[in-house]
Ligand binder design. Structure first.
Ligand code: PMP
Length: 446
């Protein structure tokens, strides 16, 4: 496969952009694939190579790269009427009403420009509303490039996970292991009166698609109620993907106080949002005293793209299609892994999937299941399912980076650059794409 133009562009990019990219995860070595354009479920790179794409913009492209006619027309109309105004528009009211109608926990919503901005604002809102400073987060969780959550260590010794974050900020964050009810209970017993919120992805989407064990989110809900803290679901990845229009909170039957959104709700354009109970969200300025503002917030092109994408998904078999293909991929991968590498794990749900190169402590040979769901304690592979994020962090990342991802790219399959991040099926993917993908996985493991 000739990839010379990508290599040359990376060389130029390295001179003018730190690491040659504008988002860290894209700096795939020895050089990233520079994309020229999308085509349905495929991307075509600058050298003309074609790939089945499971990156899908890291999640926003529920419908794939070619937007259906009404979605594309609405975007073009909005763009042709002038990019933006700095004044309210009808379409942002329409999108807010759509979300409020479909996500039961959301009575009111504020749109912003990225998932990061959504979690920054949600944390500020929770602190302003409760008058408390501490935020509980999950180890292995991700909430964007923001000061309050770029924290590692344990509950009693939180430290910044990157340079540039003051240690004093990290001390207001309490990292706990995902799925560990006892650990959550303990931090509430110690710090409950100081905890403004628990911020949690319903499914860890940046650490190998780690599912919650049965009852975990219910326990977090109860603890928050008992101590007067807010439960914030970060549905930037899962929102309008897992559980369809009701989002992952519908699947798990737990009602958060606040939800952060991003990705799909902007239909492929920069977006974030904070939704929740009106009584809380109304604390945002100018209705309330928690300052929040943005030049581009509620951008008309983004709002049109998000609204028409969601309306299209509501009116067509989008979720049935992407979930069925996701299921087929996971089932096929479970077979491939069971045949060739039973110590590895297939994870995912709905239209999310990944193989994690995590050697389980108790390999369960010949015991197929519907993948790393962690939902059924009676399942023969339950012990093997990743549960804490730490399970996945032990993965053999060398193997992924040196062998697996380049092998798949060479076979025309574009996977997410990082071992830990999930992969996405879109409405544009077909059964043929899925079978071709399974053949490539089979060839690799053989
Ligand atoms: N929260 C979650 C769960 C995410 O996965 C991400 C990014 N993938 C973010 C927040 C940050 O979103 P953004 O990259 O749009 O700032």
């Amino acid at each position: 496969m000739n990839r010379e133009t990508s290599r040359d562009l990376y060389d130029r990019a390295l001179s003018v952009m730190p690491g040659g990219v504008n988002s860290s995860v894209r700096a795939v070595q020895p050089y990233p694939t520079f994309v020229r354009r999308g085509d349905g479920a495929h991307v075509i790179d600058v050298d003309g190579n074609r790939y089945i794409d499971y990156v899908m913009g890291y999640g926003p492209l529920l419908l794939g790269h070619d937007l259906p006619q009404p979605v594309e027309a609405a975007i073009q109309r909005a763009a042709s009427e002038g990019p933006m105004y700095g004044a309210p528009t009808e379409v942002e009211v329409d999108l807010a009403e759509f979300v409020v109608r479909h996500v039961p926990s959301v009575e009111m919503i504020r749109f912003v420009n990225s998932g990061t901005e959504a979690t920054v604002s949600a944390v500020r809102l929770a602190r302003g509303y409760t008058g408390r400073d501490k935020i509980v987060v999950m180890r292995g969780g991700y909430h964007g490039a923001q000061e309050s959550t770029l924290v590692e260590g344990d509950a009693e010794h939180p430290t910044p996970s990157t340079s540039g974050v003051p240690a004093a900020f990290a001390r207001e964050t309490i990292p706990v292991p995902f799925n560990d009810e006892e650990a959550a209970r303990e931090v509430f017993e110690r710090h409950g009166e100081e905890i403004a919120a628990v911020l949690v992805e319903p499914i860890l989407g940046n650490t190998g698609i780690t599912m919650p064990v049965d009852g975990y989110h219910g326990t977090l809900r109860d603890l928050c109620d008992e101590y007067g803290s807010l439960l914030i679901f970060d549905e930037v990845i899962t929102g309008f993907r897992v559980g369809g229009l009701e989002c992952a909170q519908g699947t798990f039957g737990v009602t958060p106080d606040l939800t952060t959104f991003g990705k799909i709700v902007g239909g492929g354009f920069p977006v974030g949002a904070i939704g929740g109970r009106a009584e809380i969200v109304e604390h945002f300025s100018p209705a309330g005293d928690v300052f929040q503002s943005g030049t581009f917030s509620g951008h008309p092109v983004t709002m049109a793209a998000g609204l028409e994408t969601l309306k299209y998904a509501a009116a067509h078999d989008v979720y049935d299609h992407v979930n069925a293909l996701g299921e087929r991929l996971r089932e096929g991968l479970v077979d491939v892994v069971a045949d060739h590498a039973p110590e590895y794990t297939v994870v995912g749900t709905d239209s999310l999937f990944k193989v994690v190169f995590t050697r389980a402590s108790t390999p369960a040979q010949d015991q197929a299941c519907t993948a790393g769901c962690a939902q059924d304690p009676d399942c023969a592979r339950y012990e093997q399912c990743p549960k804490t994020g730490g399970d996945v962090r032990r993965a053999e990342t060398e193997r992924w980076e040196r062998l697996f991802r380049p092998f798949m790219a060479e076979r025309g399959i574009m996977l997410t650059a990082n071992q830990f991040e999930c992969q996405f099926v879109s409405y544009a993917h077909t059964e043929e794409d899925v079978e071709e993908t399974l053949e490539a996985y089979e060839a690799y493991f053989e």
